[in-house]
Design a protein around this ligand. Structure first.
Ligand code: SF4
Ligand code: SF4
Length: 463
């Protein structure tokens, strides 16, 4: 006999959330303050940075914009093109290495304080608490049958969540389409197909991830939690319960006879992923430190020293001294070295970056031509790529042989972001002592900004 549909649904839900919905108890303390400071910092940057403008060459544009249609990334005064992919690669390597470095030092610190999933879950949960009440009121509401009050509270919460998710999606798309142009097109839904897709997708994604899935993402979907262990060593500081001091736990603590843990369970109640840190290091722990805040409060109340739960390494918990210096921690030393090397490489690549790229091709079909006045002519194609934000006029000069000169036009306009192929004829007097291929140089310089100048090697064919 087949199972009723509701039973099948329950069974499926249990696959990823065995303990039911988590309503974490609010807690105050040092780590909670850091957590909310990070929420404010990251969200002020995210919601605010797309509204910043930048004046460049008499034009005002969005300061941070990834203009996919025109293949440009604007970062304040910097404009990056697909040719700058190396810089993007270095930035990604730095981000990944930075994450590994922080993880080796302090476990999932990024998860607890800066991961968008954690940050948005904190915001959505805060809204839920404002509408439905504290964790006990929310638990009670979950268990109560549907009535008008519950319907009103749930509708209000979901409407606020939806509005926030929509605004988050608008902000996200505003980093790809100028937000001041995007906003007026939304009420009439005259957005482009890609903008429309991403607005709907990102709003639904934010709502589902931060409002509905919440800690289930950290527990069951986050790949980082699964491989973080390979970055740990016995000196990595993670949130840990000091079992030597806490056990045997006893509700009726007697200093000297029992441990300091009074088994109040508050560290579990405040945990956003619903785990018990006293069970040891678990991949679900996001290192947010809220259980430290909660337990410290309890320790103060019972007159015991704080830090029964604390950031500690495996060595510290075992009562062994932590090794001193980077060299005694090879993993950390390797990540730190990589950070320094790639930061230096990125800075050097940026400093060497030219706003003009030039490719010189000598016309090999017609190697050389002798003119009636006794000069030799070679033909070239110069490909000018203007990586500046505006159009530039470039002048072309040539040197390397006595009397060498460019015949005809020497100035060319090139639009921003375009590759401009130009044909140039170069002539030099026929002199007896030189023959064959002679090295020459082309100097291409912007009229508007002489600092944009490129020297490119080539050869001149003599008989
Ligand atoms: S909050 Fe502290 S005292 Fe209470 S159960 Fe957790 S570890 Fe034990
Ligand atoms: S166990 Fe503590 S540090 Fe880990 S997720 Fe829970 S509250 Fe945060």
């Amino acid at each position: 006999m087949s199972k009723p549909v509701s039973k099948v649904r329950e069974a499926k839900l249990e696959l990823y959330r065995k303990k039911g919905k988590i309503h974490a108890k609010a807690v105050s303390g040092h780590f909670n303050t850091i957590r909310w400071s990070m929420v404010w910092l990251t969200q002020i940057i995210f919601y605010g940075a797309c509204w910043l403008s930048w004046d460049a060459n008499g034009l005002t544009r969005q300061a941070i914009l990834l203009d996919i249609a025109h293949e440009k990334l604007y970062l304040f005064g910097l404009v990056l093109w697909p040719q700058d992919a190396l810089l993007l690669a270095i930035a990604l390597i730095l981000a990944a290495t930075g994450l590994f470095f922080v993880t080796a030092l302090a476990g999932r610190m990024f998860c607890g304080f800066a991961c968008p999933q954690t940050v948005y879950t904190a915001i959505f949960t805060w809204i839920e608490a404002k509408v439905e009440g504290d964790h006990l009121a929310r638990l009670k509401l979950d268990q109560s049958p549907m009535n008008l009050r519950k319907l009103l509270l749930r509708t209000t919460k979901h409407c606020i969540w939806a509005l926030l998710a929509i605004w988050t999606a608008i902000t996200f798309v505003g980093y790809f389409t100028p937000i001041r142009q995007l906003l007026p097109t939304i009420p009439t839904w005259s957005v482009g197909p890609w903008e429309g897709f991403w607005l709907i997708f990102y709003a639904a994604f934010t709502y589902a991830q931060a409002g509905l899935a919440r800690e289930a993402v950290c527990q069951h979907m986050c790949p980082y939690s699964r491989f973080q262990g390979v970055m740990f060593d016995n000196t990595t500081q993670t949130v840990s319960y000091d079992a030597q001091r806490g056990e045997p736990r006893n509700a009726k603590r007697q200093a000297g006879n029992t441990g300091d843990c009074i088994d109040c369970g508050i560290c579990v109640q405040v945990c956003p992923t619903g785990i018990d840190i006293r069970d040891g290091l678990q991949y679900q722990c996001i290192n947010c430190g809220l259980c430290i805040d909660a337990c410290d409060e309890v320790m103060v109340k019972i007159g015991a020293p704080p830090k029964l739960i604390k950031f500690a390494s495996e060595l510290e918990l075992a009562g062994q001294p932590a090794p001193r210096g980077f060299l005694s921690r090879p993993r950390v030393a390797v990540y730190a070295t990589l950070l320094v090397v790639f930061s230096g490489l990125g800075a050097w690549t940026l400093s060497q970056r030219s706003l003009l790229l030039v490719d010189v091709l000598r016309d090999r079909g017609a190697l050389l031509r002798e003119t009636s006045d006794g000069r030799i002519e070679n033909a070239y194609t110069l490909k000018l790529m203007n990586l500046a934000d505006v159009e530039h006029d470039f002048s072309i000069e040539v040197d390397g042989l006595p009397g060498i000169t460019i015949e005809g036009e020497r100035e060319f306009s090139t639009e921003s972001g375009s590759i401009h192929p130009i044909s140039v004829t170069v002539s030099a007097p026929l002199e007896g002592e030189r023959s064959g291929l002679q090295p020459i140089h082309f100097r291409i310089t912007s009229k508007q900004n002489p600092a944009i100048s490129v020297l490119e090697k080539s050869t001149f064919a003599l008989p």
